[in-house]
Write a protein that binds this ligand. Structure first.
Ligand SMILES: [Zn+2]
Length: 81
């Protein structure tokens, strides 16, 4: 059985586990400038490095509900069909 050399690291930003080795294999172009992921590959996951990580897109669930109004009424979908 071949042992994998991939080391799972934990992103300092979002806490997600990731593997630099896998990213290097799948998306090697991010490691070179202008992205220059090599500078942060061992600290941050690729998503956070590119500013598209979980922390860059807060989920709407964290938003307090209440003064709504933008919700789609259930009847709208029924009428369209
Ligand atoms: Zn991250």
């Amino acid at each position: 059985m071949a042992s994998t050399t991939a080391v799972v690291r934990v992103c300092k930003e979002c806490g997600q586990g990731y593997s630099v080795e896998e990213l290097l294999e799948d998306q090697p172009y991010y490691f070179d400038p202008p992205h220059d992921y090599w500078s942060g590959a061992y600290v941050y996951c690729l998503a956070c490095w590119l500013c598209v990580g979980p922390n860059d897109f807060p989920t709407e669930e964290s938003e307090p509900t209440g003064s709504g109004g933008a919700t789609v009424s259930p009847g709208a979908q029924l009428e369209s069909s």
